[in-house]
Structure formats: structure tokens, C-alpha cells
Write a protein that binds this ligand. Sequence first.
Ligand code: G1P
Length: 296
Amino acid sequence: MIRKAVLPVAGLGTRCLPASKAIPKEMITIVDKPVIQYVVEEAVAAGIKEIVLVTHSSKGAIENHFDKHFELETTLEAKGKHELLEELRNIIPDDVKIISVRQPEPLGLGHAVLCARPIIGDDEPFTVLLPDVLVDGQGLERNDLAGMIEAYEKNGQAQIMVENVPRDMTHKYGIVDLDGETPEAGKAAPMASVVEKPAVEEAPSTLAVIGRYLLPGAIFPLLAETRPGAGGEIQLTDAIDTLIAREGVQAYRMQGATYDCGHQLGYLEAILAFAKRHPKFGAGFQDLMQRYAAEE
Ligand code: G1P
């Protein structure tokens, strides 16, 4: 059973400035919820019970969002606002725990994941969800993270979620080499290697790592030995490349849609996708869209 997820949220979000100056970028709203809540809901939907936030002193709002707000709840109760109260109380189910650790220095994604080692331990497989990436499982029987867990349970190998990106974007991602194979959506294939942010002409494929990982505890000793790589940072990708040689790793091709919320247009697209099917605001939003389209 995969029970734990690590969410690295310590990054300062310079790409989202000025929105992220005084609030964490993970707290920017998509329709009526902060982006981090969608990511936590995705993990919970896949059966995760323990969420480890790897965070920074300036990002307390994230922990507050998942904590009980006693004064607010008491006020809503006194005012008879029961529906809102229920919504607040159900931000995370009672059996899901949020734990946080700090990443004291911005040394890279690999280092951020390593900060969770004392909580996860070296013997248990766990997931990693990058909160910049929203993965939309709308219309799927089970979301992609659950699909990765299923694939792991079948073959016992680490799973890295991938999707095709335009070739001229490969330098922004971890890019996998699958010996020319491209698995069908929802299926996994063995990885030959993975490289972080290769030059476009050196990218081994156009299949990019999309911010969801299922890793064995054995990744921690590898991370502890990983030297700084691309951008001078300790890269998770480099430790995964070593893991391939040690015990094999698979690339899981995603089925759902993805929005890059580390980027303003990605946020806007996510807002469009989630707003138009929102149970409360969807119909009104679609009217707005038609009105604005007609004005063009
Ligand atoms: C990180 C990972 C990269 C991955 C990307 C997905 O890069 O290092 O391998 O493809 O997330 O969003 P970042 O976007 O943090 O530079």
C-alpha cells in the first residue's frame, strides 16, 4: 500500500511574481480553492493518508490552510452558515494527516525530497507531487496517481509520470529515454535513462517528466550522494537515473490533462478548465465566456 506523499513547496515562486510576493504561489486561487488543495485532493483520491510538506518559513499559509481554524469555525457556526462550515471542515478527510518539514536552503528538488527522509524512512515506497503541476483526472475511472500506484503494485518498480511535449520545450523538463518506445496513455514502459533539462538537440525523446513520481525508499541514499547537476541544483532526476541502473524504473504515460501553474498562462488555462464545470459557478462562467467571445 502506498500511503505517503511528499509535496515540495519551499520554492519562492519567482515565476509567479508579483502574485506570489506575499502569499505562497501554491495559495493562488483556481476558481474557489488554492492550487495546493487540488494537488492534495488528487493525492487523497489515490489513497494517500500522510502528506509531507517540504516547506519554507515564508509559506506558513499553506499549513494554515490545512489546519483547523477554530475561531472561524465558531463564528460560522454562530451565524448558522452550516454549508460553508462543512466545506471548511472537509478540506481534508479526518484520516489524512499533514506533516511539515523545512528545507533550510534552496538546493534543488532532489534536496527538497531528501528533507522528507526522516519522516518517510528508507524502507517504504512513497509518491512525490510537484504542486506547480495540476493534473486533471476528470472523466477517468481512476486518476493518474492511482494508475501509477496500480502499475507499481503489479511490477514493483518506481513509476515516473511522463507526457509528450513539443520538442522546443524539452529543455524545461526532465526527459526520458525509453529506447524509442512510447507507452499508451495509462501504461508504463521501462526507462533506459532520464536527463534533466537537456539542450533541445540532445533530448533523447519528447517525453517529459510531469511532476508525479512513485519512488522506493532506496532513492534517499542515492539523493544523499547526488552532486549538484543542471542549474547547480541537486536534481531528483539524477538520483532517478542512478536508480534505473540499480533496480529499474518505469515511465508511466499520463491519461489526464495537465496545467503548468508555475506559469501565468497555465493558471489561466486551469481556471478555464475547472470553472466551466464547477457545480456552483459553471453555468454563470459559461455565460461570461460567451459574452466575452461575442465581444471579440
Ligand atoms: C522539475 C523537475 C523536472 C520536471 C518538472 C515538471 O523541474 O526537475 O524534471 O520535468 O519539474 O514540472 P522545475 O519545473 O522545478 O524546474
